[in-house]
Design a protein around this ligand. Structure first.
Ligand code: FES
Length: 172
């Protein structure tokens, strides 16, 4: 009289088939799952630098350049056109400012307001910035224009990611 529990041949076959089926299904589903979520696992391809000309193309006055960046968001890839206002500072370094107003995101222009010459001017709400992007106190923007990371390599100027401009606001 044992406590021996036996399983029937039918039950054994069921278990064996379920096990084999599950193994095969996992083998098929895993690569599909990996394929579906791959872009999420890749991370973002940020940080690419884009050549915008020679450093000698730029002097003390801001000059506008446009350039294209390749962006990849998951499966969606696109070309985006960005612009920057670039000038050479007194010490020879390059400053490349983003034209996006820090108030509500309109686009600023250099030296376009007759009332406020030699400033960046935002026509949306009369936002004003000094030549190095410093926001002018008393106008709507509360931060200075962002700047692009810059790098000079093999005689070319490259722009990278946008970062905060550390310059404080100035009186107008
Ligand atoms: S968006 Fe530029 S001042 Fe408001």
């Amino acid at each position: 009289m044992g406590d021996k529990r036996e399983i029937s041949r039918r039950t054994f076959l069921n278990y064996a088939l379920m096990g084999t089926g599950g193994f095969l299904a996992a083998g098929m589903i895993t690569p599909m799952l990996r394929f579906a979520v791959d872009p999420l696992l890749q991370g973002h391809a940020g940080g690419d630098m884009v050549a915008v000309g020679s450093p000698d193309d730029f002097g003390p006055d801001p000059k506008r350049v446009e350039f294209k960046v390749h962006t990849k968001d998951g499966w969606y890839e696109s070309e985006t056109t960005l612009s920057a206002w670039i000038r050479k500072l007194e010490d020879g370094t390059i400053l490349a400012l983003s034209p996006i107003c820090k108030h509500l995101g309109c686009t600023v222009d250099w030296n376009t307001s007759p009332d406020f010459p030699n400033e960046y001017f935002c026509p949306c709400h009369m936002g004003r910035y000094a030549i190095n992007g410093e926001h002018i106190l008393g106008t709507p923007p509360t931060a200075s224009l962002d700047e692009y990371e810059t790098e000079i390599k093999d005689g070319k100027l490259y722009l990278g990611a946008v970062k905060a401009n550390p310059r404080a606001g100035v009186s107008g």
